[in-house]
Design a protein around this ligand. Sequence first.
Ligand SMILES: Nc1ncnc2c1ncn2[C@@H]1O[C@H](COP(=O)(O)OP(=O)(O)OP(=O)(O)O)[C@@H](O)[C@H]1O
Length: 635
Amino acid sequence: MTNLSPLPGGAEDSAPPVGGTTDPIASAPRRGKSGLRALLPSWSPKLGIGLFLVLGIALFGLIGPPFFSNPNAIDPIGMTEPSGEYLLGTTQTGQDVLAQLTHSTRGSLQIGLLVGVLATVLSAIFGIIGGYVGGALDEGFSLLTNVMLVIPGLPLVIVVAGFVPPEDRGWWTVALVLAVTGWAAAARVLRAQTLSLRNRDYVAAAKVAGERPWRIVSVEILPNLLPLLASQFVFAVIAAILAEAGLSFLGLGASNSHTLGTMLYFAQNGFALQYEAWWWFVPPGLIIALFGCGLALINFSIDEIINPKLRQPRKVKAVGDVAQAAVAGHVAVTEPAPAERREDLVLTVEGLNVVYQTERPVHAVKDVSLTLRRGEILGLAGESGCGKTTLAYAINRLHRPPAEVTEGTAVFHDREGQDIDLLALEREELRAFRWSKLSMVFQGAMNSLNPVISIHEQLDDVLLTHRPDMGKAERRERCAEVLTLVGVDPQRLHSFPHELSGGMRQRVMIAMAMLLNPQVMIMDEPTTALDVVVQRGILREIIRLRDELGFAVIFITHDLPLLLELTDRIAVMRAGEIVEYAPAEEIYANPRHEYTRKLLESFPSLTGERGSFIRTGESSARSGRPAAGANERAQ
Ligand SMILES: Nc1ncnc2c1ncn2[C@@H]1O[C@H](COP(=O)(O)OP(=O)(O)OP(=O)(O)O)[C@@H](O)[C@H]1O
C-alpha cells in the first residue's frame, strides 16, 4: 500500500542482539553454522540417549556375529544360567543365547530397516504424488490406499506369509510382505498434508514462478513433510520388528533366519517361562523395547531441526545487563505532553523488555513505556521488524517461547476501578481477561476465520466461552448486532468465510473483537491486505465505533501517514525502542526525532515536498481537533 522503504540503520539491520553484537537479524536460524551443521540436530540429552541406544544395538547386531560362535552350535550341557563361559547362559539344547542374540538383532534390524524404507517410499509415492497431482491419479491412488486400509493387516500378513513355502520365506520375503501391507495409513496422512500444503501461498508462488512440479514437490512440499516422514519411518521400523516377532511366534516368520522374533518363538517352545529361564526371553524383548525407545528419542530431535519452534529457549545472562546493553546509545523517548490523570488511563506499560531467547538472542522490545487513555486511539508506527507485534503480544500475554518478557510491567486499569497486573495473571484469570477486557485483531486476521464453520458459529463460540449464562436467542441477537455495527448485513451470519470478500472478513474479525464490549482493542495491521477504498471504509468504522462505544485502540502499522489521520497519539518504534511519543498533530507538524522525519519523508508526494497525506481530522471528533485538510489517500 505504501512505499515505505527501510531506512538505513532500521530495525532489520541494526537491532543489536543481546550480548552486544550488532548483527541485524540475529534471529536468522543458525547463521553462524556451516550448511551441513545447520542440518544436524542440536545436542540434547534426548538425542544423546537415543543415539546411544540405537547405535549401541545396531553395532551389537552388525559387528557382534563374527565374535561369537555359531548360534546353532549345540552343547550337551543343556540349559544353563549365565556364567563366565556363556555370558547369557544357554538354551534348552545348549545353544549360546548371546550368540543367538547378536545374530537375531542383525536379522531383526535388517527386516525393520527394509520395511521402514519400503513402507515410507510407498506411502510417499501414493500420498504425496497423488495429493499434489490430484485428478484421476489421486483418485486411483486413493482407491488403492483405501482398499489396503480396510483389509485387516495381520490376517493378510498371515495368509500371505502362509502361502510362501518355508524354504522361500527368508527375512527379505517377510520384510516385503510387511512393507506391502503396512504403508496405507501413512499414505493417507501424507496425502492430507500434501493437499493442505499445495494450497499454501509459497507453493502458489513457486508455480507462478514457473518451477517444475518435481521441484515444487521436492523443494517446497517435501521439507515440510520431513518430520512426518521421519516419524512414519520410525513407526514402520518398530512396527515391522514387532510384527515379525508376532509372525515368528505363530511359526510364520523368516525360516532359516535368526530374528528376535524367532528367538522368542523358540524360547516359548522351549518352555523358558515355565523353567524361569529369564536369560533366554528377557534379552530379545529388552532389545526390541530399547531400540524402539531410542528411535523415538531421535525422532524428537529430528522434529526440532525441521520445526525450530520446538527448540528449547536458551537461558541468557541477567536481565538488567540485557536491557542496559541494548538501550545504551539510543535516543531518549519524547514524553507525551499533557500530564496524565490515573483515572483517565486504561493501560500503563512501563519499562517493558522482550527478548527472543534464540541461539543468538534478539532483544525485540527495549524498555518500552507508554500509556493508553480511555477511548484513545494510540498508533504504534515503525518499519517492519521493529518489534510492534512483539510488543502487542507481550501486552496481551500472547507471546510464546522463545519470546520472554525479561523486565517491565503492563497494568490494565479496569473501569471497575481495579488495577490488573497483566504479566502476573494466572492461566484461568488470563483466559477470562482476554477478549472480554482486551481483545485483538491479528495481522492477516481475515485469514484467521475457520473456513468450514459459519460466521454465526464462530461468533457464537466466543459468547459461549465467555458468557455461558447468555441464552441462545440473546447470543444470536448479539452476533447480529456486532455485525451490523461493523457494517456487515446480519444475514451474513449464515455465510461461510469463503463467501465473504476480504473486507467483509476483516470486518467480521473486528466484530468478533468487539463482541464482549472490551475496553481496549489491539489492532495489528488490520487493513494491510485490503485496497485503499475498503481500508478507508473500515478505518472510518473503527473511529465511529470508538466514538460510540468508547473503547481504546492500539493501532499497529508501519504506515505512519495512516496513523496521522487516524490516531490521537503516536509512538514511533525503531529497533525495539520507542524513539518518539507524542500527539499525532505534533508528530505531523513538528517531528522531533530524526527517524520520525525520515519515516515521514519516505512517503512520496504527488503535490508537495513530502507525504501525500494530510490530516483529515476525522478522528478528532471527540477531542475537538480541527480537520487539517482533504485526504488524497482516500482516492
Ligand atoms: N520467533 C522469533 N524468534 C526470534 N526472533 C524473532 C521471532 N519473532 C520475531 N523475531 C524478531 O523480533 C523482531 C521484532 O519482530 P516483530 O514481528 O515484533 O516486528 P514488527 O515490527 O511487528 O514487524 P512487521 O511489521 O513486519 O510485522 C524482529 O527482529 C524479528 O526478527
